[in-house]
Design a protein around this ligand. Structure first.
Ligand code: KIV
Length: 287
Protein backbone atom coordinates (compact mmCIF):
# COMPACT_ATOMS: atom_id res chain seq x y z
CA UNK A 1 0.00 0.00 0.00
CA UNK A 2 3.02 2.30 0.53
CA UNK A 3 2.74 5.17 -1.95
CA UNK A 4 -0.45 3.80 -3.53
CA UNK A 5 -4.11 4.05 -2.73
CA UNK A 6 -5.44 0.66 -3.76
CA UNK A 7 -9.06 -0.36 -3.92
CA UNK A 8 -10.76 3.02 -3.74
CA UNK A 9 -11.08 6.07 -5.91
CA UNK A 10 -8.50 8.73 -5.17
CA UNK A 11 -10.04 12.03 -4.01
CA UNK A 12 -8.79 15.58 -3.48
CA UNK A 13 -8.81 14.79 0.24
CA UNK A 14 -6.48 11.78 -0.30
CA UNK A 15 -4.04 14.03 -2.17
CA UNK A 16 -4.03 16.55 0.68
CA UNK A 17 -3.45 13.73 3.18
CA UNK A 18 -0.48 12.51 1.12
CA UNK A 19 1.02 16.00 1.07
CA UNK A 20 0.60 16.37 4.83
CA UNK A 21 2.19 12.99 5.41
CA UNK A 22 5.11 13.90 3.15
CA UNK A 23 4.26 11.08 0.70
CA UNK A 24 4.92 11.77 -2.97
CA UNK A 25 1.97 11.99 -5.36
CA UNK A 26 2.32 10.19 -8.70
CA UNK A 27 0.77 11.39 -11.95
CA UNK A 28 1.08 10.54 -15.63
CA UNK A 29 -0.72 11.52 -18.80
CA UNK A 30 -2.98 9.17 -20.77
CA UNK A 31 -4.93 9.69 -23.96
CA UNK A 32 -6.67 6.36 -24.58
CA UNK A 33 -8.36 3.43 -22.85
CA UNK A 34 -5.46 0.97 -23.07
CA UNK A 35 -2.75 3.21 -21.61
CA UNK A 36 -5.14 4.57 -18.98
CA UNK A 37 -5.87 0.99 -17.83
CA UNK A 38 -2.13 0.21 -17.52
CA UNK A 39 -1.44 3.38 -15.56
CA UNK A 40 -4.44 2.88 -13.29
CA UNK A 41 -3.48 -0.74 -12.62
CA UNK A 42 -0.05 0.22 -11.27
CA UNK A 43 -1.79 2.46 -8.72
CA UNK A 44 -0.93 5.92 -10.05
CA UNK A 45 -2.61 8.58 -7.89
CA UNK A 46 -3.57 10.88 -10.74
CA UNK A 47 -4.03 10.68 -14.51
CA UNK A 48 -4.02 13.76 -16.71
CA UNK A 49 -5.56 13.80 -20.15
CA UNK A 50 -3.18 16.55 -21.19
CA UNK A 51 -3.62 18.76 -24.21
CA UNK A 52 -0.18 17.32 -25.03
CA UNK A 53 -2.45 14.84 -26.85
CA UNK A 54 -2.26 17.37 -29.68
CA UNK A 55 1.47 16.86 -30.12
CA UNK A 56 2.09 13.23 -29.11
CA UNK A 57 -1.08 11.64 -30.55
CA UNK A 58 -2.70 13.99 -33.05
CA UNK A 59 0.48 15.23 -34.73
CA UNK A 60 0.01 18.98 -34.26
CA UNK A 61 3.13 21.14 -33.88
CA UNK A 62 1.86 22.63 -30.61
CA UNK A 63 -1.02 22.31 -28.15
CA UNK A 64 -2.71 25.44 -29.52
CA UNK A 65 -4.95 23.77 -32.17
CA UNK A 66 -6.44 21.22 -29.73
CA UNK A 67 -10.23 21.61 -29.50
CA UNK A 68 -12.78 20.95 -26.77
CA UNK A 69 -14.27 18.12 -28.88
CA UNK A 70 -10.87 16.41 -29.16
CA UNK A 71 -10.29 16.71 -25.41
CA UNK A 72 -13.73 15.36 -24.52
CA UNK A 73 -13.28 12.45 -26.96
CA UNK A 74 -9.94 11.43 -25.39
CA UNK A 75 -11.14 12.01 -21.82
CA UNK A 76 -14.10 9.68 -22.41
CA UNK A 77 -11.77 6.93 -23.67
CA UNK A 78 -9.43 7.38 -20.69
CA UNK A 79 -12.35 7.43 -18.22
CA UNK A 80 -13.36 3.94 -19.40
CA UNK A 81 -9.91 2.65 -18.40
CA UNK A 82 -9.64 4.36 -15.01
CA UNK A 83 -11.08 2.90 -11.84
CA UNK A 84 -9.04 4.44 -9.04
CA UNK A 85 -6.88 7.33 -10.17
CA UNK A 86 -8.00 10.95 -9.84
CA UNK A 87 -8.76 11.96 -13.42
CA UNK A 88 -7.95 15.46 -14.64
CA UNK A 89 -8.97 16.85 -18.04
CA UNK A 90 -6.86 19.62 -19.57
CA UNK A 91 -8.80 22.66 -20.79
CA UNK A 92 -7.52 23.53 -24.28
CA UNK A 93 -6.32 26.93 -25.40
CA UNK A 94 -9.17 29.48 -25.72
CA UNK A 95 -11.71 27.26 -23.93
CA UNK A 96 -11.41 29.36 -20.73
CA UNK A 97 -9.95 32.64 -22.00
CA UNK A 98 -12.85 34.32 -23.83
CA UNK A 99 -15.42 34.72 -21.05
CA UNK A 100 -16.08 33.38 -17.55
CA UNK A 101 -19.44 31.90 -18.68
CA UNK A 102 -17.76 29.97 -21.49
CA UNK A 103 -15.03 28.83 -19.10
CA UNK A 104 -17.60 27.41 -16.65
CA UNK A 105 -19.59 25.76 -19.47
CA UNK A 106 -16.48 24.14 -20.96
CA UNK A 107 -15.11 23.07 -17.59
CA UNK A 108 -18.49 21.51 -16.80
CA UNK A 109 -18.35 19.39 -19.96
CA UNK A 110 -15.23 17.61 -18.66
CA UNK A 111 -17.20 16.43 -15.62
CA UNK A 112 -20.67 15.92 -17.15
CA UNK A 113 -19.74 14.37 -20.52
CA UNK A 114 -16.33 12.82 -19.88
CA UNK A 115 -16.54 11.88 -16.20
CA UNK A 116 -13.37 13.73 -15.16
CA UNK A 117 -12.80 14.53 -11.49
CA UNK A 118 -11.21 17.93 -12.16
CA UNK A 119 -10.03 20.25 -14.91
CA UNK A 120 -6.61 21.81 -15.39
CA UNK A 121 -5.94 25.20 -16.88
CA UNK A 122 -2.78 27.19 -17.53
CA UNK A 123 -1.83 30.58 -16.13
CA UNK A 124 -0.99 32.54 -12.99
CA UNK A 125 -2.46 35.77 -11.65
CA UNK A 126 -4.28 36.43 -14.95
CA UNK A 127 -6.52 33.34 -14.54
CA UNK A 128 -7.31 33.72 -10.82
CA UNK A 129 -10.80 35.20 -11.40
CA UNK A 130 -11.62 32.47 -13.94
CA UNK A 131 -10.48 29.80 -11.49
CA UNK A 132 -12.70 31.33 -8.80
CA UNK A 133 -15.89 31.13 -10.87
CA UNK A 134 -15.19 27.58 -12.05
CA UNK A 135 -14.55 26.46 -8.47
CA UNK A 136 -17.67 28.29 -7.30
CA UNK A 137 -19.61 26.29 -9.89
CA UNK A 138 -18.49 23.16 -8.05
CA UNK A 139 -15.71 22.04 -10.39
CA UNK A 140 -12.32 21.13 -8.88
CA UNK A 141 -9.52 23.01 -10.67
CA UNK A 142 -5.85 22.19 -11.00
CA UNK A 143 -3.69 25.15 -12.01
CA UNK A 144 -0.54 25.07 -14.19
CA UNK A 145 2.19 27.70 -13.80
CA UNK A 146 5.76 28.20 -14.99
CA UNK A 147 6.25 27.05 -18.56
CA UNK A 148 2.71 27.08 -19.94
CA UNK A 149 2.85 25.48 -23.41
CA UNK A 150 -0.39 27.10 -24.65
CA UNK A 151 1.22 30.56 -24.38
CA UNK A 152 4.77 29.56 -25.21
CA UNK A 153 4.93 32.33 -27.84
CA UNK A 154 4.36 34.95 -25.15
CA UNK A 155 7.01 33.31 -22.93
CA UNK A 156 9.59 33.45 -25.72
CA UNK A 157 9.85 29.71 -26.35
CA UNK A 158 10.19 26.51 -24.33
CA UNK A 159 12.49 27.83 -21.60
CA UNK A 160 12.87 27.62 -17.83
CA UNK A 161 10.66 30.17 -16.04
CA UNK A 162 11.25 32.03 -12.76
CA UNK A 163 15.02 32.22 -12.96
CA UNK A 164 15.21 35.91 -11.96
CA UNK A 165 13.81 37.63 -8.87
CA UNK A 166 10.89 39.36 -10.60
CA UNK A 167 9.57 36.29 -12.43
CA UNK A 168 10.21 34.02 -9.42
CA UNK A 169 8.21 36.40 -7.20
CA UNK A 170 5.43 36.41 -9.81
CA UNK A 171 5.28 32.60 -9.71
CA UNK A 172 5.17 32.55 -5.90
CA UNK A 173 2.44 35.25 -5.88
CA UNK A 174 0.51 33.33 -8.55
CA UNK A 175 0.67 30.07 -6.61
CA UNK A 176 -0.61 31.72 -3.42
CA UNK A 177 -3.40 33.55 -5.28
CA UNK A 178 -4.43 30.34 -7.09
CA UNK A 179 -4.60 28.47 -3.80
CA UNK A 180 -6.69 31.31 -2.35
CA UNK A 181 -8.97 31.09 -5.42
CA UNK A 182 -9.70 27.46 -4.57
CA UNK A 183 -7.46 25.32 -6.79
CA UNK A 184 -6.99 21.79 -5.51
CA UNK A 185 -3.45 21.40 -6.82
CA UNK A 186 -0.88 23.19 -8.97
CA UNK A 187 1.32 21.83 -11.77
CA UNK A 188 4.66 23.64 -11.90
CA UNK A 189 6.50 23.18 -15.18
CA UNK A 190 10.14 24.01 -15.86
CA UNK A 191 11.05 26.18 -12.91
CA UNK A 192 14.18 26.08 -10.69
CA UNK A 193 14.11 23.28 -8.10
CA UNK A 194 14.61 25.49 -5.03
CA UNK A 195 11.85 27.89 -6.14
CA UNK A 196 9.53 24.90 -6.60
CA UNK A 197 10.45 23.72 -3.10
CA UNK A 198 9.72 27.13 -1.59
CA UNK A 199 6.35 27.34 -3.38
CA UNK A 200 5.46 23.78 -2.31
CA UNK A 201 6.22 24.53 1.32
CA UNK A 202 4.24 27.79 1.15
CA UNK A 203 1.04 26.05 0.04
CA UNK A 204 -1.40 23.71 1.76
CA UNK A 205 -2.46 22.19 -1.58
CA UNK A 206 -0.15 19.73 -3.35
CA UNK A 207 2.20 20.84 -6.10
CA UNK A 208 2.97 18.50 -8.99
CA UNK A 209 6.27 19.15 -10.74
CA UNK A 210 7.43 18.56 -14.27
CA UNK A 211 10.95 19.85 -14.71
CA UNK A 212 10.64 21.47 -11.29
CA UNK A 213 12.96 19.27 -9.24
CA UNK A 214 12.44 16.82 -6.38
CA UNK A 215 10.98 19.18 -3.76
CA UNK A 216 7.47 19.23 -5.28
CA UNK A 217 4.74 17.19 -3.57
CA UNK A 218 4.38 15.01 -6.64
CA UNK A 219 5.63 14.47 -10.17
CA UNK A 220 4.02 14.22 -13.60
CA UNK A 221 5.49 13.26 -16.98
CA UNK A 222 4.06 12.81 -20.43
CA UNK A 223 3.75 9.02 -20.65
CA UNK A 224 4.85 8.92 -24.29
CA UNK A 225 8.09 10.68 -23.28
CA UNK A 226 8.75 8.30 -20.38
CA UNK A 227 8.19 5.28 -22.65
CA UNK A 228 10.37 6.64 -25.45
CA UNK A 229 7.41 6.81 -27.82
CA UNK A 230 7.76 10.45 -28.83
CA UNK A 231 10.80 11.00 -31.00
CA UNK A 232 10.50 14.63 -32.11
CA UNK A 233 12.31 16.07 -29.07
CA UNK A 234 13.06 15.09 -25.47
CA UNK A 235 13.20 17.88 -22.88
CA UNK A 236 16.04 17.75 -20.30
CA UNK A 237 13.62 16.93 -17.46
CA UNK A 238 12.31 13.76 -19.14
CA UNK A 239 13.67 10.42 -17.98
CA UNK A 240 13.09 7.70 -20.56
CA UNK A 241 12.47 4.50 -18.61
CA UNK A 242 12.36 2.49 -21.84
CA UNK A 243 12.93 3.27 -25.50
CA UNK A 244 9.85 1.76 -27.11
CA UNK A 245 10.11 3.55 -30.46
CA UNK A 246 13.02 1.45 -31.83
CA UNK A 247 11.46 -1.74 -30.40
CA UNK A 248 8.14 -1.01 -32.10
CA UNK A 249 9.91 -0.16 -35.35
CA UNK A 250 11.80 -3.47 -35.23
CA UNK A 251 8.58 -5.43 -34.67
CA UNK A 252 6.80 -3.65 -37.53
CA UNK A 253 9.72 -4.27 -39.90
CA UNK A 254 9.79 -7.97 -38.93
CA UNK A 255 6.05 -8.27 -39.66
CA UNK A 256 6.42 -6.57 -43.05
CA UNK A 257 9.34 -8.83 -43.92
CA UNK A 258 7.50 -12.02 -42.92
CA UNK A 259 4.33 -11.10 -44.82
CA UNK A 260 6.40 -10.30 -47.92
CA UNK A 261 8.37 -13.55 -47.65
CA UNK A 262 5.25 -15.63 -46.91
CA UNK A 263 6.54 -16.89 -43.56
CA UNK A 264 3.61 -15.24 -41.77
CA UNK A 265 1.03 -16.52 -41.16
CA UNK A 266 2.35 -20.04 -40.53
CA UNK A 267 0.40 -23.12 -39.37
CA UNK A 268 0.47 -21.97 -35.78
CA UNK A 269 -1.41 -18.81 -36.67
CA UNK A 270 -3.95 -20.38 -39.12
CA UNK A 271 -7.17 -22.41 -38.85
CA UNK A 272 -7.70 -25.77 -40.51
CA UNK A 273 -10.65 -27.65 -42.04
CA UNK A 274 -10.97 -31.27 -43.10
CA UNK A 275 -9.27 -32.00 -46.44
CA UNK A 276 -12.26 -34.11 -47.55
CA UNK A 277 -14.64 -31.15 -47.13
CA UNK A 278 -12.24 -28.86 -48.90
CA UNK A 279 -12.10 -31.25 -51.86
CA UNK A 280 -15.90 -31.33 -52.16
CA UNK A 281 -16.25 -27.56 -52.49
CA UNK A 282 -17.51 -26.38 -55.89
CA UNK A 283 -16.52 -23.05 -57.36
CA UNK A 284 -19.94 -21.68 -58.36
CA UNK A 285 -19.79 -18.54 -60.45
CA UNK A 286 -22.91 -16.52 -61.31
CA UNK A 287 -23.70 -15.92 -65.02
O1 KIV B 1 -0.61 18.62 -21.46
C1 KIV B 1 0.12 18.05 -20.64
O2 KIV B 1 0.50 16.88 -20.80
C2 KIV B 1 0.54 18.78 -19.46
C3 KIV B 1 1.60 18.17 -18.60
C4 KIV B 1 2.90 18.39 -19.24
C5 KIV B 1 1.55 18.68 -17.22
O3 KIV B 1 0.06 19.85 -19.21
Amino acid sequence: MEGKMEGKKVTVHDLMVKKKAGKKITMLTAYDFAMASFIDQVGMDMILVGDSVGMVVLGYDSTVPVTMEEMIHHCKAVRRGVRQAFLVGDMPFMSYNVSREEAIRNAGRFLKEAGCDAVKLEGGLEVVETVKVIVQAGIPVMAHIGLTPQTVGKLGGFRVQGKDLVSAQNLLDSALALEEAGTCSIVMECIPDKLAGLISRSLKIPTIGIGAGPECDGQVLVTNDLLGLFEKFTPKFVKQYIKLFPMIKEALEAYKCEVESGSFPDQGHSFIMEEKDLNRLKIRKKG
